[in-house]
Write a protein of this length. Structure first.
Lengths: 387, 394
């Protein structure tokens, strides 16, 4: 510690240059941090997707329905604990610009599946069961449109959801604001409107008896893959074959399809980093070169070769720590801002960890040659060098 | 003034002739700038490539109708009963045989395997009406023949044929429980390159989804009829439809996709440029420091301060220009014509080609010069301000 001030003051031997080195290092590590977070996000679906929920879809296409009648067969498949249907009603609220979606689900199993993350009170559940048009709204969408419990809200459905009387107005009674216990699922569930499938089923003109997909919770978390296979096997060669996959795996296949863009961006960013590392390395070497006479003076004063070498290493470590810390810190702070603007990917700050390892590597690489040369330095030659 | 110009020439010549003696610092500048420009151009090439495949091809006299509140075709649904109501409006153009030029369409996706990795992806499938190819006039069959309505046949965009496995002429494609035959390949200037086309009625009966369509395309007699058509659609309260000019719809779709990407490109480009700026200022500082004595000597023998600064800056710009050209060449070699695909709305894939155009190259090289100029300014002034005596003694 007593040498820290020595290192610190030698760092500011040329303040202008040190600031420049630090700034370019901060930008380099900011970029590295962002790249790491993006590539982490592209390979790790957000945990909020729920790894233990299996989605059962129509095998032909995401957009095609499945018969509601499948529900019984799915429920009786070994290993299945809970089943809820899910049909998304697309539409808008008041102004066509306010695009919203409402999910027709089996409320009780739907909430039970995610009981660790979301719930409503028992009272609210009783009211919901007694209210045909009852809906639970997510806190985010409720705040956006100022909805309160007891409000009646009317959304305009699209042509798929014409009612028997020809109307496209779907009116819901807000019976509860969804209690989101796990902040991690806020983005997925905070903006949803959940209502009972029976209301949709009774009122819709087309597609009675159809659902978009089934959500299934297996009894054992580890069974998700097997349960998915067992369900698909049951409907093989039927008129509507199914494709089942754990939500997490599904999210993964979607992320994989971002494909080439992800690859191109990381390729390009690598070039960036290589370029910056080259420039920074060069600058640091130059700074060292200029300070050779200073090191020679230290040796003359009686500091050992090892000590001078260590000092050089410590200095380079300090520069890298400051630069990398600054850059990665910025990236860390940026992550939530970026997340708000990009819907598909979720940047995770965990992705930053490799950046710290990179910083150490760079520090050591940059320090190695100077340290070696500092140790070998002959006082006479060094003092003769022009600074 | 004349003396200033007279002096800059020889000074610049001197500076450039001695570049080889300062290989270290000069190459740092060149390599740094080359990196920045290569990256900036590549990022923008991805953006323009995406733009071109999402944006092009839309016509100004085609109008797209979707259900109110839907931002894209897959989220829209229009009851079949409304089709004749719309196509019988007076502003709609008619074909030679008197039928309105309009196409009710279904857009859905189906799973397919990528050529490169054999992993699962999704292909966008569009069922079009009888006038479909008249409406989408940019679609040109390049191989094979048209699908025949009533038969399970389809034609495939060249983007899909290139990116996905099993879309050659005559290949059988499984959609739902049906087997469809590829009868032709087509090109287009638009998103349709990343799609597969077939007859809407055949598709609807095969998939058992006959009650609604996703969208209706209508050709107007002229662009001037747009307002009248919009008003007529809006006046009919039972329709619940929104009207959009096709070209504007494509532009808005492209905006949401490549807009994000362009933001990222500029953000990374800017951070990168900042990093390179700091790096090159640093290199130029070193270079100016190393040439203190030289500059002082020049001043001592009567060269003006401003001409020394100017020559130093021009030299930096020349080096940056070299770096910029190397960077542009690298980006061009690596990415021009590169075909890539990524996920689009509705989870289907959009196939696009990266193109390194001259305007991108110009943008990149302009950035390079700007960085060189900015980077050289402060060190040059600093070196030139140093008193001659002090500098000569150093």
């Amino acid at each position: 510690m007593k040498y820290f001030f020595l290192i610190w003051s030698s760092l500011w031997h040329r303040p202008g240059r040190t600031v420049l080195t630090l700034l370019s290092m901060i930008t380099a590590f900011l970029l590295l941090g962002i790249m790491q977070m993006v590539s982490y996000a592209l390979t790790h679906p957000s945990p909020a997707f729920g790894s233990d929920i299996v989605v059962v879809m129509n095998k032909s296409s995401y957009g095609l329905p499945l018969p509601y009648a499948y529900r019984q067969t799915i429920e009786s498949t070994p290993g299945v604990a809970l089943v809820s249907v899910n049909t998304v009603v697309d539409g808008y609220y008041r102004d066509p610009k306010n695009t919203i979606q409402a999910d027709a689900v089996d409320i009780q199993p739907f909430l039970a599946m995610r009981s660790a993350q979301i719930d409503i009170t028992a009272d609210e559940m009783r009211t919901l069961e007694a209210t045909r048009t009852g809906a639970i709204v997510g806190p985010k969408i409720a705040a956006k449109y100022g909805w309160k419990v007891g409000d009646r809200i009317t959304m305009q459905g699209n042509g798929k959801f014409i009612q028997e009387d020809g109307s496209l107005d779907w009116t819901f009674t807000v019976v509860a604001i969804l209690n989101v216990k796990d902040r991690g699922v806020m983005d997925q569930l905070g903006g949803r409107i959940l209502f009972q499938r029976a209301y949709l089923e009774e009122s819709r003109l087309f597609g009675k008896g159809n659902v978009d997909l089934f959500l299934v919770k297996p009894q054992q978390f580890s069974d998700a893959g097997q349960v998915a296979q067992a369900i698909d096997a049951r409907f093989a060669n039927s008129s509507f074959e199914t494709r089942s996959a754990p939500l997490q795996a599904l999210a993964m296949t979607i992320l994989k399809q971002v494909g080439d863009i992800g690859f191109l961006v990381s390729l390009i960013t690598s070039v960036v980093l290589a370029t910056l590392a080259f420039m920074i390395g060069n600058a640091m070497m130059h700074t060292f070169h200029e300070r050779i006479p200073e090191l020679a003076v230290m040796k003359t004063l009686g500091f050992s070769s090892q000590f001078v070498a260590l000092m050089t290493v410590a200095e380079s470590l300090l520069v890298c720590a400051l630069g990398a810390g600054g850059g990665l810190g910025l990236a860390y702070m940026l992550a939530p801002v970026v997340n708000r603007r990009l819907p598909v990917i979720e940047l995770s700050q965990t992705g930053l960890l490799p950046g710290i390892a990179m910083a150490m590597l760079l520090a050591i690489a940059v320090a190695l040659i100077p340290a070696w040369r500092a140790q070998k330095l002959q006082i006479v030659d060094a003092l003769a060098t022009k600074g | 003034m004349l003396r200033f110009i007279k002096q800059v020439g020889p000074l610049l010549k001197l500076g450039l002739q001695t570049v080889s003696q300062r290989k270290g610092t000069s190459s740092v500048i060149v390599i740094g700038i080359a990196g920045v420009v290569a990256v900036l151009i590549s990022m923008l090439a991805i953006g323009t490539g995406l733009d071109r495949s999402l944006q092009g091809g839309g016509r100004d006299d085609n109008v797209l109708l979707m259900s109110a509140g839907s931002g894209e075709e897959t989220a829209s649904a229009i009851s079949r009963d409304t089709i004749p109501v719309v196509t019988s409006l007076p502003q709609v153009a008619h074909a030679g045989n008197g039928t309105p030029i309009a196409s009710a369409e279904i857009v859905t996706v189906f799973p397919a395997k990528f050529n490169k990795t054999m992993e699962d992806g999704n292909v966008s499938l569009r069922g079009v009406g009888k006038q479909g190819l008249t409406i989408h006039s940019d679609i040109q069959l390049v191989d094979g023949q048209m699908f025949r309505p009533g038969l399970q046949e389809l034609i495939v965009g060249v983007g899909v044929a290139r990116m996905f496995h099993g879309f050659g002429l005559g290949d059988k494609v499984r959609i739902g429980n049906g087997i469809w035959t590829v009868t032709g390949h087509y090109t287009s200037q638009s998103i349709h390159d990343s799609e597969v086309l077939c007859d809407i009625d055949t598709l609807q009966s095969a998939l058992g989804m006959g009650t609604y369509v996703n969208s209706i395309y209508v050709r107007l007699r002229s662009r001037a009829d747009l307002q009248g058509f919009k008003d007529d659609v809006a006046r009919n309260a039972t329709l619940h439809l929104v009207t959009q000019v096709e070209s504007e719809y494509f532009a808005s779709q492209s905006e949401s996709m490549s807009g994000t990407l362009r933001t990222i490109a500029y953000a990374i480009g800017t951070i990168m440029a900042l990093g390179a700026l700091f790096g090159s200022i640093h290199s130029l500082y070193i270079s100016a420091d190393a040439r203190k004595t030289e500059m002082a000597t020049l001043r001592a023998i009567g060269f003006r301060n401003d001409s020394i600064i100017a020559a130093f800056m021009i030299e930096a710009v020349v080096l940056s220009l070299v770096g910029g050209c190397i960077g542009a060449a690298l980006a061009w070699a690596a990415f021009n014509g590169y075909t890539a695909s990524t996920i689009n709305t509705g989870l289907s894939q959009v196939v696009f080609k990266l193109s390194v155009s001259w305007s991108l190259v110009t943008t990149g090289i302009t950035w390079a010069c700007a960085i060189g100029l900015l980077g050289a300014l402060v060190p040059a002034i600093r070196a030139a301000r140093l008193p001659v005596a002090v500098a000569l003694r150093a």
